[in-house]
Design a protein around this ligand. Structure first.
Ligand SMILES: [Zn+2]
Length: 258
């Protein structure tokens, strides 16, 4: 939302959106200093919630340095040192979106340190899996890193960008699966609904890609229309687009709906 206009907030409220949950994300360019992240975390925890509140929307966020920016280990370490001082802000749900982008050794080190921070502070975890051909390998590496820490409960982690070949391992091992919907690439609403029909609706949610690139804040309500066109029932649709994300996020005592 930090890169969207107030028109988007208005459209989301009009479509029935009840709350916004925004991960710490790549800005579309690499930030070059820890100060840039400090200001970004202030934006996510102080300024953006005030902007959303003008539209009656509670705003929640996740904190981390994105995998795309974790190649510079010195910068990543300075940014991760900052996170605990923002951890007690009332809208912080957890650590994310952490994960891997190119499955590099440095990315894995930064992922492990983020997992450590989440475990120490008993936080929920939101994970990004690679979009490249190494999605399967990256997802496997991430699940193993999470399972390696006995303090981490899979039911408190959502693994985003699942595809047909990774969704089973995520669900079978007790994690939540996420499907971020994009208008012209990656996961479309039709493909997401196909996966729901095939793999069921337990421990799975959808969210709208909503950032500085070509993306659609109303992707989830649009997917709900497509589910209706496919003759899915109201309870089936409601579970996927509303009850499931609420059930996951309510594991944080901070998450409250109006
Ligand atoms: Zn992502």
């Amino acid at each position: 939302m930090v890169s969207r206009t107030t028109d988007d907030y208005l459209a989301m409220v009009t479509a029935g959106c009840q709350a916004v949950c925004e991960p710490a994300f790549w800005a579309g360019f690499d930030r070059c200093s820890v100060d840039g992240f400090h200001d970004y975390f202030c934006q996510l925890t102080e300024h953006e919630p005030r902007r959303a509140a003008k539209f009656g929307l509670p705003h929640y966020c996740w904190l981390c340095i994105n995998p795309k920016e974790s190649e510079d280990l010195k910068l990543a370490s300075e940014v991760m040192d900052l996170i605990p001082q923002f951890m007690d802000k009332p809208n912080v749900l957890g650590i994310g979106e952490i994960g891997l982008n190119k499955n590099s050794a440095n990315e894995l080190k930064v992922l492990e340190r983020h997992i450590e921070i989440a475990a120490q502070h008993d936080q929920l975890i939101l994970v990004h899996t690679p979009h490249l051909e190494d999605k399967y390998k990256g997802t496997r590496l991430i699940l193993d890193a999470l399972k390696n820490d006995p303090r981490i409960q899979p039911s408190r982690c959502v693994i985003d960008h699942v595809e047909e070949h990774t969704i089973s391992m995520v669900l079978d091992e007790g994690f939540w699966a996420g499907m971020t919907l994009y208008p012209e690439s990656k996961c479309s609403s039709s493909r997401a609904i196909d996966m729901l029909e095939r793999f069921g609706t337990d421990r799975i949610w959808m969210n709208s890609a909503c950032d500085w690139g070509i993306s659609r804040p109303l992707a989830v309500p649009h997917a709900a229309i497509e589910m209706k066109q496919r003759a899915h029932t109201h309870p089936w649709i409601d579970k996927v687009v509303y009850q499931n994300p609420v059930a996951f996020m309510q594991q944080s005592p901070r998450f409250r709906l109006p």
